[in-house]
Design a protein around this ligand. Structure first.
Ligand code: FCB
Length: 487
């Protein structure tokens, strides 16, 4: 989302308590934690293929074992219970449920999620299901993947199977996680599975992810109980121009179009924005891509908008005469691909703000979260928001006694929770916060080296150890407030 301010949000400090009923959660995703990739009928997804391709992930890491959550889920639910979580956001592995991406469900695959959900409910933790967190069945990729329209229809069928299996026990449903990453990192820059670098394919993927979302909302709405809440989680970019110059503001507008409004436009009822269509008409034939009825299907209302936020995005225009090359987006924090993931924006430069960063290299700036939530509140009044991901990776190391002290993560979380609190005080309707992540896990192309968890995972033994931040977060949850901020 664009904003011309670069400082912190102009919002008064507020009482330190969160609203009554505020939902405190933690998040994970199937491929990052489950392991057990070849049991109970599961077939490969694009992430199995990608991570097994030499050179694609750091150290050649794969999700083959991950944190063995598939077999250790009971123990992991106990950890959640120790934290006092009100909700747990996890994703379903499509290729566990429908190995080829089509046809009847595999009951053994569904049974794992039934057992997990039952375990959560027994511990008083609300399950929040994400249907798709990037792991397309490889068979569907072989038929064209998200650039192919049929994938959207397959996704709706898969959503129906899940609604049927878990609809009686799951109250929060998220269709897609971060479709921007699926479309533009997967098919645009190629740093994520399936590793294609083709801007036209990326825009086609974006439209079919939008369509798949809309079709899934329709299916879920028709089969879930009335009080089920349906959402989508977007990694919206808080885009800030480096300077107030017209050229930098124009760069920010373009990144906002291909980074944010390509999803928020159609999903929230406004269609594809005219400026996006104009910016990308040389890459894709939108008339051909968007069929009659698609926009109405995509615009089916959601009950909650999930917001994933880690760091702001600072951009400027490439000075005249400079060769764009492929490195312009390397400072955007999305890995170095064959070309920018921001389609058609090879001439936009990205900058990392000075100051503290996480080990992902992402500058730490909580004001971006406040600004983002307030923009959504302004532009989509009445739409309840939920922070569905926020967190930080640091170089956590156990001490000789086995403790894991992570004061930087606590600082990060304190700052960002305060940012949420400020947005709420200024009127944003934020219903909950899901911390990324419950435990260290497979951080996609970065492998196991980046640790985001509240629980430290020793990958040799699979032992989980609460970091200091886990105890701190448990205290936040217990008190429904930020304990160490002045009220
Ligand atoms: C988000 C992803 C999540 C995790 C965090 C760090 O983009 O949704 O799976 O990798 O980043």
């Amino acid at each position: 989302m664009t904003s011309t301010r670069t400082g912190s949000a102009p919002v008064e400090a507020s009482p330190s308590a969160f609203p009554t009923g505020f939902l405190w959660g933690a998040a994970t995703a199937a491929y990052q934690i489950e392991g057990a990739v070849d049991v109970d009928g599961r077939s490969p997804s694009i992430w199995d293929t990608f991570s097994r391709t030499p050179g694609r992930t750091a150290g050649g890491d794969t999700g083959d074992r991950a944190t063995e959550h598939y077999h250790r889920y009971r123990q992991d639910v106990r950890l959640m219970s120790e934290l006092g979580l009100g909700a747990y956001r996890f994703s379903v592995s499509w290729s566990r449920v429908q190995p080829t991406g089509r046809g009847p469900a595999v009951e053994r695959g569904l049974d794992f999620y039934r057992r997990l959900v039952d375990e959560l409910l027994e511990h008083g933790i609300q399950p929040a299901v994400t249907l798709y967190h990037w792991d397309l069945p490889q068979d569907l990729e072989d038929l064209g993947g998200w650039p192919a329209r049929d994938t959207a229809e397959r996704f709706a069928d898969y959503a129906a199977l899940l609604a049927d299996a878990l609809g009686d026990r799951v109250g929060i449903w998220t269709t897609l996680n971060e479709p921007w990453c699926s479309a533009f990192l997967g098919y645009g820059s190629g740093v994520h599975a399936p590793g294609r670098a083709d801007w036209t394919a990326a825009l086609r993927a974006a439209h079919h992810l939008n369509l798949g979302h809309g079709r899934a909302v329709e299916v879920l709405r028709a089969s879930l109980p009335r009080d089920a809440r349906i959402a989508v989680s977007l990694n919206l970019h808080e885009v800030r121009p480096l300077t107030a110059s017209a050229a930098d503001r124009e760069a920010a507008r373009r990144i906002d179009a291909v980074g944010n409004r390509v999803f928020t436009g159609p999903m929230l009822g406004g269609g594809y924005p005219d400026d996006l269509l104009a910016d990308t008409e040389h890459l894709v034939d939108w008339q051909d891509l968007v069929h009659d009825g698609d926009l109405a299907a995509i615009a089916r209302p959601v009950d909650l908008l999930g917001v994933n936020y880690y760091t702001p995005t600072v951009v400027s225009a490439l000075p005249h005469g400079q060769d764009p090359g492929s490195a312009t987006a390397s400072e955007a924090g999305h890995g170095d691909g064959a070309q920018s993931p921001f389609v058609g924006c090879a001439d936009v430069l990205f900058h990392r703000a000075p100051g503290p960063r996480t080990v992902m290299g992402w500058p730490i700036d909580p004001s971006g979260l406040t600004d983002l939530l307030l923009r959504l509140h302004r532009e989509h009044p009445g739409l309840p928001l939920m922070v569905t991901e926020n967190g930080a990776a640091f170089d956590d190391r156990p001490t000789a006694e086995g403790s894991v002290h992570d004061p930087q993560r606590i600082d990060y979380l304190r700052g960002h929770l305060d940012a949420v609190r400020r947005a709420i005080a200024a009127g944003a309707d934020v219903r909950g916060y899901f911390l990324w992540s419950l435990m260290d896990n497979f951080e996609w192309a970065w492998g196991y080296g980046k640790r985001f968890g509240l629980y430290y995972v020793d990958y040799a033994t699979q032992a989980r150890t609460a970091k200091d931040s886990a105890r701190w977060y448990a205290e936040v949850i217990r008190r429904n407030t930020l304990p160490d901020l002045p009220g």
